[in-house]
Structure formats: structure tokens, C-alpha cells
Design a protein around this ligand. Structure first.
Ligand code: ADP
Length: 237
């Protein structure tokens, strides 16, 4: 997956806000990238543009051979459903469905025959076996987010996008979710792109991209919590 010269301007005229000012980045298969930066630096906008959840003003976003910015709305929706996975801060589970029904939802909507063995692998890896018949209101925040991760992984997405996935979790539940994302990268070569403001979360990634005022200003590979903190202090200073 790659972004080339992505510009995103919201609105027009005097009220226009340019959130991305020509952002280019490549995301290698089987790598875990965190996107960090101050509030308002364009992190969410960048993630949404990469994931085809928002349109770009100019530039391109490529998934393999496909330029997402050239697709019709219908094709883009299909591509998102078939090739991409999403995990949000707010879990986005359907309250009237059980955990198992939530996990299978995307597959069923996409008319894809869920592979039982893969379902079992994910459910066991995420420790959800005993929770499958529970509804979201009967689950802790950490369990709900693990259901959301299972749902996102069931279709074996080429890229898993995570927008502040630990933002609503206590540190222990957050660490469990991050540990699983890390294992999905290591064991299944899952590509993960995650927005976070938490250096501890970013330290689970292979690489951190730092955004400021709509451009990538720094990059860190094999990040440690201390190194991420130091970069952020330097950006703020
Ligand atoms: P971050 O995720 O780093 O906090 P965002 O991508 O949310 O940053 O926002 C980047 C800039 O774009 C901010 O100035 C924000 O106010 C603006 N912005 C984001 N979404 C919209 C929108 N839908 N309409 C207008 N401006 C927006």
C-alpha cells in the first residue's frame, strides 16, 4: 500500500482547511506502522484517505495495482469490504448481535464463506471462545475490542487499519489488543496501520511516522517507548 503526494483540503474559500499537504509513504506487507503527531496534525485524515473512507483532493493511494482514488464509490465500497479491515476507538459492534454474529458480520455481508479453521484460530488467539454467545453489553471494553479485531481479521484483509484502537481501554486491555495485533503481524504477515497518540502503543509497531501540520516530519524504525517520547518532545519543542 502506498500514498503519493496526498493533499486533503476540507471546505473551500476562506474557510478551507488543508489537513494533508502532500504526504507520501509506502507500507510494506507484513509490517506494523504507527502514525503519531500532535492533535490536528492530520493523522485521522491520513488514515481515512489510505483506507478509502475519505476522498483525497489530489495525489494517489495505491493498494497493489489499484489506485483507490480512481475508483467509483461502489467499487471502493467493494474493495474496502473484500481487501481491508478496520478497528475503531469506539469498537462499532452491533448491540443486538452476539460476539460470534458480530465477528461473522462482515463475511456474511460480503457473501464470503467464512473459513471455520481461520475463525477458530482467531477466536482462540484472542481468547474469545467463552464469550461467543455474549452481547457487547455483557463484555468488557477489552473484550469488545478483541471482538472488533476478530471481525476485522476474519476476511484476511490485506491491510488492517486501526484508529486509536486502545483509546477507550485501560492499559492492561490495551496491551492485550496491541499484543494480538503484533502477533498477527509476526505470525500471519498481517499489514497493520495504526493511528495512536500513545507512545506505549506505538512501541508495538515496526515503524512510527510522525505527522505535523499535514506533512510527515520524522520516522522511527524499531521504536522504543523512550525513543518515541524523545521524538515527540523534540517536535513539541
Ligand atoms: P488528528 O487526527 O491528527 O488530530 P485530523 O486529521 O483529525 O488530525 O485533522 C487535521 C485538520 O483537518 C484539523 O485542522 C482539523 O480541524 C481538520 N479537519 C478534519 N476533519 C475535518 C472535516 N471533516 N471538516 C473540516 N476540517 C476537518
Amino acid at each position: 500500500m502506498a500514498a503519493a503526494g496526498v493533499v486533503k483540503t476540507y471546505g473551500a474559500g476562506d474557510g478551507a482547511v488543508t489537513a494533508l499537504r502532500g504526504v507520501s509513504a509506502a507500507f510494506t506487507r507484513g509490517r506494523f506502522t504507527a502514525i503519531m503527531g500532535p492533535s490536528g496534525s492530520g493523522k485521522s485524515t491520513f488514515l481515512h484517505c489510505l483506507a478509502g473512507l475519505d476522498t483525497v483532493t489530489s495525489g494517489t493511494v495505491a493498494l497493489g495495482e489499484v489506485d483507490l482514488t480512481a475508483l467509483s464509490r461502489t467499487r471502493l465500497t467493494e474493495l474496502r469490504r473484500e481487501r481491508l479491515g478496520f478497528v475503531f476507538q469506539s469498537f462499532n459492534l452491533l448491540p443486538m448481535l452476539t460476539a460470534e454474529e458480530n465477528i461473522r458480520l462482515t463475511g456474511r455481508l460480503g457473501n464470503r464463506r467464512a473459513d471455520r479453521a481461520w475463525f477458530d484460530t482467531i477466536v482462540d488467539a484472542l481468547g474469545l471462545r467463552e464469550r461467543l454467545s455474549h452481547r457487547p453489553s455483557e463484555l468488557s471494553g477489552g473484550q469488545q475490542q478483541r471482538v472488533a479485531v476478530a471481525r476485522a481479521l476474519l476476511t484476511r484483509p490485506e491491510v488492517l487499519f486501526a484508529d486509536e484502537p486502545t483509546g477507550n481501554l485501560d492499559s492492561r486491555s490495551g496491551a492485550e489488543v496491541l499484543g494480538f495485533l503484533r502477533r498477527a503481524v509476526d505470525a500471519y504477515r498481517q499489514t497493520v496501520i495504526m493511528v495512536t497518540h500513545d507512545p506505549g502503543a506505538a512501541a508495538h509497531a515496526d515503524r512510527v511516522l510522525f505527522l505535523a501540520d499535514g506533512t510527515i516530519v520524522d520516522e522511527l524504525t524499531a521504536p522504543t517507548i523512550d525513543a518515541v517520547h524523545a521524538r515527540m518532545r523534540r517536535m513539541e519543542g
